[in-house]
Ligand binder design. Structure first.
Ligand SMILES: [Mn+2]
Length: 319
């Protein structure tokens, strides 16, 4: 039987279902979760959307995105847990071991090449632009209706994970899906205004500060910048306000690879974006990270300066 039908059957047989995004949730992640949440609720299921990390304010416009539960308020047992946009199970955060314990069945829906296939059922499409596209493919295959809030959520997922349809993963299929989402009343203007035209002053000031300290390496092919706790304190910006900065760095003329490191309390989050020939996953792997050829991430437990040094050495090897 087709994996999608197996997932559909499992959903039909389940009454309590958990949905998990990854930590540091992005538009694809949250949009996919919200679309799935509605699909399940429309089937009469009791759904628990895991609250595992702060949702950036930009995404609060998404219907149901704040309707989340801490793992402690989950039922003692879940018939099914659906994990979206997470290449490994640990990415869903601290509560992963508890969720593994209480979930009878796990479904893994993703598009990352590095996906570990940790689910009992795995819907992983490496060529898909986004997890949103995988969710769309699933819903349409098993004939589950896509309502207006679902269409807007899937539009958010696909448009954010393609950099507003600029990435080379975009093809005619992507646009056919988007056309269908417009027919299903996706509110693209709501997405545009909330995601691209609603930046806080603090966020813009943080962006200016981070952009101001960009350093260039390897004859200007590589750009590096970082955000420290001090940057956040002095601008009054929130940790999630760094979202989108890496793209600004990549957009500089002549840059092939943009590297951005965000200092957290005991660790550093690394983001990588490339334009045409550097495989970001090869750079991310130095800190056991992964993702896509043009966009990857990793976590380092070294100091910020040591992390920078290690990344630059790795980039030299990859070049
Ligand atoms: Mn994604």
């Amino acid at each position: 039987m087709d994996e999608k039908l197996k997932v559909y059957n499992t959903i039909q047989e389940s009454s309590t279902i958990g949905i998990a995004s990854h930590v540091n949730p992005d538009g694809d992640n949250l949009g996919s979760c919200v679309a799935m949440l509605h699909a399940l609720k429309n089937l009469g299921k009791k759904v628990y959307f895991l609250d595992n990390d702060e949702v950036p304010e930009d995404f609060h416009f998404l219907d149901s995105v704040k309707d989340r539960f801490s793992v402690d308020s989950f039922p003692a047992a879940l018939d099914l847990l659906i994990v979206l946009d997470s290449s490994d199970f640990e990415r869903i955060g601290e509560s992963h071991s508890k969720l593994l314990e209480i979930s009878k069945t796990i479904v893994n829906i993703d598009h990352h090449r590095s996906n570990q296939g940790y689910g009992d059922y795995n819907l992983v499409m490496e060529k898909a632009t986004s997890t949103g596209e995988v969710v769309y493919d699933f819903l349409t295959t098993v004939n589950l209706p896509i309502t207006e809030p679902m269409a807007t959520a899937l539009y958010t997922a696909i448009s954010t994970d393609t950099g507003s349809f600029q990435y080379d993963s975009v093809n005619s299929k992507t646009h056919r899906i988007i056309a269908d989402l417009y027919d299903k009343k996706a509110d693209s203007q709501l997405v545009v205004q909330n995601l691209y035209q609603s930046k806080s002053v603090e966020k813009v000031r943080l962006m200016a500060r981070v952009l101001d300290k960009i350093e260039f390496f390897f004859d200007g092919l590589v750009a590096f910048s970082s955000c420290t706790q001090e940057d956040l304190n002095e601008t009054g910006a929130k940790s999630s306000d760094t979202e989108g900065i890496i793209e600004q760095i990549r957009n500089i003329k002549g840059i092939e690879l943009a590297v951005f490191v965000k200092e957290k309390e005991n660790l550093n989050r690394i983001s990588l974006r490339s334009k045409s020939f550097i495989d970001c996953t090869k750079v991310a792997s130095v800190y056991s990270g992964g993702g896509h050829v043009r966009a990857s991430g990793a976590t380092s437990y070294d100091s910020l300066s040591k992390t920078k040094e290690t990344l630059l050495k790795r980039i030299e090897q990859v070049l």
